[in-house]
Design a protein around this ligand. Structure first.
Ligand SMILES: Nc1ncnc2c1ncn2[C@@H]1O[C@H](COP(=O)(O)OP(=O)(O)OP(=O)(O)O)[C@@H](O)[C@H]1O
Ligand SMILES: O=C(O)[C@H](O)[C@@H](O)[C@H](O)[C@H](O)CO
Length: 238
């Protein structure tokens, strides 16, 4: 059910090395993280050697249909050697049938999907990964808030959103040009109808203008992810 991300990868102890090795980087075997069990840390204490416990990261790539979530998320996951969860694959058949028929989902249609994505992300970290990247439209603030519950139960878990920002007419063109996808161009307007773009108080959100070529969007996204992780580590060591 999960996306095509690799099952193991290097730690992020040396971010500049990660930057320089892209793409591609070799897969490195990792030991499972013994301090995470079913998404809940069993030992939050500072290790005996005095170093701080390692941070774990969930990155959600968000935005309306056609904004480039899958494109960006796959690139991040491959670059960082993190698992990739394709949110579209977690919709139950009833949701896919609705969207295929041109009927927008309701809040009620989305709750179980959102919690499944949250649980699956934590499950990936539980397997010993430093981070996980997933796609999720997360169109409303309350949908983002469902995912924001994840760190309540998992100290040292950092949750981040990347919001891919583009005007409706541009996404309409991209969806029109795309073939073999259940989400038709007739659905794009309904996505913008309910969209609540992240506001400035949502400090866990990075917004990226995606009305430019995909290569440039992916490069910016990776740079901002690496910088954020670097800042998190630096703040912890203060
Ligand atoms: N920055 C970009 N410039 C031009 N085309 C792009 C860009 N990013 C993605 N695309 C193209 O736009 C289409 C939609 O991209 P993608 O499938 O990644 O979006 P998505 O947000 O995952 O869509 P959905 O939520 O509907 O699955 C694809 O054909 C993709 O190749
Ligand atoms: O919340 C939603 O309405 C859905 O997640 C949609 O956004 C689609 O799954 C996605 O865009 C695929 O095209």
């Amino acid at each position: 059910m999960n996306g095509s991300g690799p099952s193991s990868g290097p730690s992020l102890s040396n971010l500049s090395a990660v930057r320089q090795s892209l793409p591609p980087s070799p897969k490195v075997a990792r030991l499972p993280n013994p301090s995470l069990t079913n998404g809940v840390r069993t030992n939050g204490a500072t290790p005996a050697n005095g170093s701080l416990e390692k941070e774990h990261h969930i990155w959600l790539v968000t935005g309306p249909a056609g904004c480039g979530k899958s494109t960006v998320a796959k690139y991040l996951a491959n670059s960082l050697h993190w698992p990739y969860i394709e949110g579209d694959e977690y919709h139950p058949k009833a949701n896919v049938d609705k969207m295929s028929a041109g009927i927008p989902l309701t809040d009620a249609d989305r709750w179980d999907w959102l919690t499944a994505l949250r649980d699956s992300s934590i499950h990936e970290l539980d397997q010993g990964h430093d981070g996980v990247v997933l796609t999720c439209s997360a169109l409303k603030r309350k949908y983002r808030d469902v995912i924001r519950v994840a760190p309540y139960f998992t100290p040292n878990l950092r949750l981040h959103f990347i919001y891919l920002d583009a005007p409706e007419d541009l996404l309409l063109q991209r969806v029109l040009a795309r073939k073999n996808h259940y989400m038709g161009a007739n659905m794009v307007h309904s996505q913008f109808d309910i969209l609540e773009p992240p506001t400035s108080d949502e400090v866990d959100v990075i917004s990226i203008d995606v009305s430019r070529p995909a290569d440039s969007v992916m490069a910016e996204a990776l740079d901002r992810v690496l910088n954020t992780i670097h800042e998190t580590k630096a703040n912890l060591q203060k």
